[in-house]
Ligand binder design. Sequence first.
Ligand SMILES: [Cu+2]
Length: 319
Amino acid sequence: MSVTRGDNDDSTSWPTGFAWARALCLAALGLATEAEANTSNGYNLPLGVTSLSRDIYALHMEVFWICVGIAVVVFGVMIYALLKFRHSKGAVPDTTLLHSTGVEVIWTVIPVVILVVMAIPAAKVILMMEDTRNSELSIRVTAYQWKWQYQYMDAAEGVDFFSTLARDSNFARQLHSGIDPKTVPNYLLEVDNPLVIPSGTKVRLLLTSQDVIHAWWVPDFGAKRSAIPGFVNELWFKVDPGKEGIYRGQCAALCGRDHGFMPIVVDVRTPEDFKKWVETQKAALKQAAARDGRPPGAAPLASLPRDSAPPPAAQVLSN
Ligand SMILES: [Cu+2]
């Protein structure tokens, strides 16, 4: 599944038939290179394009190698003992280790030390994930069944839109649509209005929901957090400069019938391009407000979510 793939990724040069075998070998050996880890080979976490995703990946690999070491030692000793001291070789059970306080202390202390060794870097990463201070751009993200609303704050205050499944994906997913999903680019992973953010900028998302629990998840950012009704969750990421491109994710909480149809697309641009985009958006909003005779800043009817839109009769009256 290409959900974790940034569109600017390198592709593998192996023939398709062997790519899976190569990925499996690399993942098993923990030898995935940066470019490979950043793709969705499905056998390891993506390395991602943010400092946080790299730290999460490093922690994951550290714990993975500790587990490999433990497995090698434990299974090594076990297999050696099974072969060396088997009954057919005339082995006699050793009873001196039974109820030995020394052994009890050793097999309690060693796992505690291992757990502490793993807990220290894990706590560091968790603290960093929670540290949303000094963010440069905040965006309110409201989840609905089944779409996302992005309301920009700070320098982009006023920019506000909904992001829903792209029309071609939506047509293709209908029963008996007659459209082969394989012919639809980024099937079920494309939206009409992507979230646009600048690279090299600490972006903070304020997540909430208007109905049920959803979860905003973009694997390449190392970012995933629940959107809960009546509660605001924070999330931050800072995409490395030079990693501009399209990144994809999905709602990661089972949120109802169309849970699989609310993808997330993030368009990462350079700060200069982002500034231009904000200006264009603001100009378009001003123009639309002037055309509709609305006070500046008031949301157009079309942008309101389904549940908060006035009934058709009210629309007729206001016309
Ligand atoms: Cu959802």
